[in-house]
Design a protein around this ligand. Structure first.
Ligand code: IFM
Length: 451
């Protein structure tokens, strides 16, 4: 079985990374606005103040999506654009912006997928303690209810969180991302627990306020492991390693099962509970019930993976990467196998329809003398990864969709505009868009796979 006819071929972005208009039309500040306005956090002092100016150019962007041939677009809502203080009064202009965007997508035959939270936390709520404040669960539920009330008449697909590992790990453990903190482990685990509870409360709120049947999912990330061979021993070693809880270190909160088992299986993984016990908040049965809401799909952002083999005793061993192995501009290894094995391991464990909500490549793209943007490396990357994803479907894995990251070059967080992930090149001086060669390649791939 290859890709089904109704497979979702999409592209993704997030609000802070593309919208700009950071202080227009009544929008409130978020932690990324504040973080970027301090001079020394982001590469060369870049900010998302203007970014791709998508707020003003969204019609042009939707036109480019249509020409690309995608049937779905995943974007996120900038919480403080919709509700400037995070809770309370709505911002009419913010409400209107997303409403217009949704209408434009639908008019062009593109299904909107809304991510509720892709890291741009309202500054007013941050001042109240953010995810460390137990009320953050209620704040997020209120926000989710508003989104559902406003947009579920037209939008059928919602995703609560994007990569909680990253906004907690990079935002509060390593301090590389907004708000730039390095807090104690006890605080980290309280935040994790509140985020998971907020996920559950948001699922309930989305459904309770929906104007039609909706689908709700969750999009974390994690280290995908893949086996060195198709032997049963290597496969089992890779599977075990992928879901094992890693020891704590002051890096990212890069943990697969800690962030997904409670949501889907209704319990924290035993090894994590043992390892992290000194730092955990009180975890009640009621909390676990709240976190464990029925979902319509599970998603993951997969960019690369780690090869694992079993030694003669069946113990897992990390396979060292080859000297001179392929890397993307952001220095991530190129490991297409992650797109075959990640979906397989996730669906085996969580037994839900699966989406790749992000996958793509950063490259040092430039405009050539012929005025075009040639990006053969990205084409090769996509070709290899999508072929592996096709193998997953042939293995019988229930993969429903793939969202390319990213539709358009954008603000790559602490790396500013130094890394380009888009299928569409952006001249950040004047906002001009130039579809890259990979844009046409992906268009062709979609055409070939929807015949
Ligand atoms: O740009 C990010 C995105 O916001 C979250 N996932 C990874 C992408 C590339 O780093």
């Amino acid at each position: 079985m290859a890709f089904k006819k109704d497979f979702v071929w999409g592209a993704a972005t997030s609000s802070y990374q593309i919208e700009g208009a950071w202080n227009e039309d009544g929008k409130g500040e978020n932690v990324w606005d504040v973080f970027c306005h301090e001079y020394d956090h982001v590469f060369e002092g870049h900010t998302g103040d203007t970014a791709c100016d998508h707020y003003h150019r969204y019609k042009e962007d939707v036109k480019l999506m249509k020409e690309l041939g995608i049937n779905a677009y995943r974007f996120s809502i900038n919480w403080a654009r919709l509700i400037p203080n995070g809770i309370g009064e709505l911002n009419p202009k913010g409400v209107e912006f997303y409403s217009n965007l949704i209408d434009e997508l639908i008019a062009n035959g593109i299904e909107p997928y809304i991510t509720l939270f892709h890291w741009d936390y309202p500054y007013e709520l941050h001042k109240k303690g953010g995810w460390l404040n137990d009320d953050s669960v209620e704040w997020f539920a209120e926000y989710a209810a508003k989104i559902s009330e406003l947009y579920s008449d037209r939008v059928k697909n919602f995703i609560t969180f994007n990569e909680p590992q990253c906004f907690i790990g990079a935002g509060y453990m390593s301090g590389e991302h907004a708000p730039g903190y390095k807090v104690m482990y006890k605080d980290i685990f309280r935040m994790c627990h509140n985020v998971l509870k907020a996920h559950g409360a948001a699922v309930i709120a989305l459904r309770a306020n929906a104007k039609q049947p909706i689908k709700v999912g969750y999009a974390p990330t994690g280290t995908t492991c893949y086996p060195a061979s198709d032997s049963a021993a290597d496969i089992e070693a890779a599977r075990k390693t992928m879901f094992a809880c890693p020891p704590l270190r002051r890096g990212l909160m890069w943990n697969v099962s800690w962030w997904s088992d409670p949501v889907i299986l209704g319990k924290y993984p035993e090894d994590g509970l043992r390892m992290y016990k000194d730092y955990l908040p009180e975890i009640t049965e009621e909390d676990m019930k709240l976190i464990n809401q029925p979902l319509d799909f599970y998603a993951n952002n997969i960019y690369n993976g780690q090869e694992i083999r079993a030694d003669e005793n069946g113990n897992a061993q990390y396979v060292a990467r080859k000297v001179g192995h392929g890397k993307t501009a952001i220095q991530w290894p190129i490991t297409p196998e992650a797109l075959r094995w990640g979906p397989r391991f996730y669906t085996e464990r969580y037994k839900l329809p699966f989406f790749i909500t992000e996958n793509g490549m950063s490259a040092h793209d430039v405009v050539s003398l012929d005025g075009k943007v040639h990006d053969p490396n990205r084409i090769d990357f996509l070709n290899r990864y999508l072929n592996e994803l096709e193998k997953a479907t042939e293995d019988g894995v229930d993969v429903r969709g793939y969202f390319q990251w990213s539709l358009i070059d954008n603000f790559e967080w602490a790396k500013g505009y130094s890394d380009r992930f888009g299928l569409i090149y952006v001249d950040f001086e004047n906002g001009e868009r130039i579809p890259k060669d990979s844009y046409y390649w992906y268009k062709n791939w979609i055409e070939e796979h929807t015949k």
